[in-house]
Design a protein. Structure first.
Length: 441
């Protein structure tokens, strides 16, 4: 995908049935025995080498163990691992500006840094795009000189990379106090910069004003419509976290499209930018701040505003870990099963410590297909998931966490085929302490 920034999980930030396959850890919970299923031999992590990745879908991760801050390490190199279905087949070191955050957008690493104002009130930013397939780097550095009162702010946004990888978009915001400091006026400009020619084009510009500091940010760049989607907050204190509005602007500068409201901060954009999937709850009393209560996934088509909703079974929930297929057609997600009914002769509900179904929702299907199932009893790891779930090629990679006590935890990387063949398999030997960045296709 031009990976629409999200794992700009918003703010950030996913499904199937061709036979239910079990990977089960041995569990004994309240008298219930869960039989363990054998798994394929995991592929060990190889020694670190620098090589150009082969042309196939691979999971991309930061090789620096426990490095979850998304910043370049000392020395200015990002140490990437590229994991194919057969194991980690190559690693890559990309030189990037030291200490700046970065994210994966398609097969590019995109980073951003800005400098404080100098003595002449000059503001600069540096946008760096590193191509994982060629290890090449391109940069663009816009400059803005202050022409207004002291105390005003000039803010460069994070960048979005064009679907073709040849240009970036960013927002330059000028924030100033007016009405004797009682109001804040934000003047923003959306720009597109060609990474090859360094030429800039202004796509849109407007103003927002409020007493609580309005804000504008980039959300994603759609290859389906060639539009850039922005979020605009006139008054953040009056906009609930659970809902926000997207404003599309044509990437050729020809105008704007129809705004779209997304009623959930747990969402993910399809790789081609044609749809948004988000989680909510079908209960009228649902509190959107309580993400553990999600039981419904909604897919919103941005081209026509149509949507479809799929709810979990009664008593179940949907975890905030889901991912789109590379072709933007299907969605995979995790449904967590609630308490089990009483066993024969029992009087109390019996619940496994962790019991999930991996599901895939396909276009045109009335119901999702169950891909695989995972169960674990009390004191059997792993017992929960985190937000790292990626659909890469024909495989789904899922990181499962187990708690070791005293604030410690460990992680294991599993994979499952998107077609549901073979169930869950442990993908690597031992712990998985790495930060997953996405997939290179």
């Amino acid at each position: 995908m031009n990976r629409p920034a999200a794992k700009r999980k918003s703010s950030p930030i996913i499904f199937v049935q061709v036979g239910v396959a079990l990977l089960v850890a041995v569990a004994i919970a309240a008298g219930i025995y869960v039989q363990s299923q054998s798994v394929d031999a995991p592929a060990p992590l190889p020694p670190s080498v620098i090589t150009t990745p082969a042309s196939q879908s691979r999971l991309v991760f930061n090789r620096n163990a426990n490095s979850f801050n998304g910043a370049v390490e000392l020395g200015g190199a990002v140490h990437l691992g590229l994991f194919a279905a057969t194991g980690v087949t190559s690693t890559l070191n990309l030189s990037m500006p030291i200490g700046v955050p970065y994210e994966l957008q398609d097969h590019y690493l995109v980073s951003f840094s800005s400098t404080p104002p100098g003595t002449m009130h000059v503001f600069t930013a540096t946008y760096t795009v590193g191509d994982i397939t060629t290890a090449s780097l391109r940069q663009f550095s816009p400059v803005m000189t202050s022409t207004t009162a002291a105390g005003d702010s000039y803010i460069f946004s994070q960048p979005l990379l064009a679907p073709d990888g040849n240009s970036i978009a960013y927002v330059l915001s000028h924030q100033e106090f007016i009405d004797n400091g009682l109001q804040v006026k934000l003047t923003w400009t959306l720009r597109r910069a060609d990474l090859n020619t360094q030429a800039q084009t202004t796509l849109a510009s407007s103003q927002l004003q409020s007493a609580n500091g309005p804000a504008v940010g980039l959300f994603f760049w759609s290859s389906a419509s060639n539009q850039l989607y922005l979020t605009q907050q006139q008054d953040p204190t009056q906009n609930p976290r659970a809902s926000f509005t997207l404003y599309p602007y044509n990437a050729d500068g020809s105008g704007a499209g129809r705004p779209v409201t997304i009623p959930s901060v747990i969402n993910q954009v399809a790789p081609d930018g044609s749809k948004v999937a988000y989680l909510d709850n079908d209960a009228a009393t649902f509190d959107p701040q309580q993400i553990s209560n999600f039981n419904r996934v909604t897919i919103l088509d941005l081209s026509n505003g149509s949507s479809r909703q799929i709810s979990a079974a009664a008593g179940n929930s949907i975890e905030p870990s889901f991912t789109w297929s590379p072709d933007s057609q299907s969605l995979a997600y995790i449904e967590k099963i609630g308490p089990h009914p009483p066993v024969a002769g029992g009087t109390a509900p019996i619940s496994l410590f962790y019991h999930i179904l991996l599901k895939r929702l396909d276009p045109g299907a009335t119901q999702p297909t169950t891909i695989s199932e995972y169960q674990a009893g009390a004191n059997v790891a792993p017992d929960t998931t985190n937000s790292d779930m990626v659909w890469c090629g024909d495989r789904l990679y899922i990181q499962l966490i187990r708690f070791l006590g005293q604030g410690q935890s460990g992680a294991t990387l599993y994979d499952a085929t998107a077609a549901g063949r073979g169930g869950f398999h442990r993908a690597v030997e031992g712990e998985w302490p790495y930060q997953i960045l996405g997939c290179v296709r």
